[in-house]
Design a protein around this ligand. Structure first.
Ligand code: ZN
Length: 116
């Protein structure tokens, strides 16, 4: 099985029905980030971990009042965007894992083709 991954992880925080991303407690200059600014709804802000042990260690130190989820970062081979959701299977070869958005787009294309 071919695996096109970068094997990085981010910490997701369950926020109502959405998932937010843990940004970290220090910014790139090493300055402390205020506790209420440590979560972002944008994946681009998320702190990345390439070491799962390190991630679990950090997870232990986070406030227990929130619900966390370890998310694996994947890059969509089709649109090159990063995503953390469950991947969709490409209809082109039935084995390439693509992002959910591209999955929907491919399904729409098939649907539209069948309409003709
Ligand atoms: Zn995609």
């Amino acid at each position: 099985m071919s695996y096109i991954g970068i094997c990085e992880y981010v910490i997701g925080v369950i926020h109502d029905k959405d998932i937010w991303y843990y940004v970290g407690d220090k910014d790139s200059d090493g300055k402390r980030i205020r506790p209420d600014e440590r979560y972002s709804s944008f994946l681009i802000d998320a702190k990345r971990y390439d070491d799962e042990d390190l991630l679990r260690e950090e997870l232990e130190s986070l406030p227990k009042t929130l619900t966390y989820k370890i998310l694996e970062l994947q890059r969509c081979p089709k649109c090159k965007k990063e995503f953390t959701e469950h991947p969709a299977l490409s209809r082109e070869d039935n084995e390439t894992e693509i992002c959910p958005e591209c999955g929907v787009r491919e399904a729409m294309d098939v649907y539209l083709k069948n309409q003709k």
